[in-house]
Design a protein. Sequence first.
Length: 178
Amino acid sequence: MTPPPHHIRPAAPADVAFLADVSLTATRAQGRLPADFDEADWRGGFEEWSLESIDDPTTDLNVIELEGRRVGRLRITRTPESVELNGIQLHPNAQNRGIGTAIITELQSEAATRGVPLELHVERDNLDARRLYDRLGFTKTGEDGAEDVMRWDRGGLRFCDGEVGYWPDGGPGLTMRG
């Protein structure tokens, strides 16, 4: 499946309410909100944290757009040792269209080019995300509270004519052509 073209741009203060909305909507659609969830309290904290993240030079907080509409949130930290996917949420109407896979594959390509791993944390009850990360070759390397720590590195990645592909069985290894 070829995903629809998406655009990633830096988040601005005007996006903060949307970032909270998309995170909340995606989590609610998965049935993952606790019974005693205080939306107003959560939203206030999330919006404050998002504003701080926009100003934080160590992380990139982004808006994912599709056909000119905001459909998701993406937060990435890049260090000399790794690329870390700190969070990706897509509105349920934008899910299962290959957008998340395309974004993560782009991050895998970046990490492979830099020779560093791509790392992330995923909540154990987020089964949809876990299936996606498993399918894309991430492995569990540890636990942190209610989250699994996962890592992807070059294993199973092959370059061919400038394209990056992942072979779940490890494939023929890393080769360069062209």
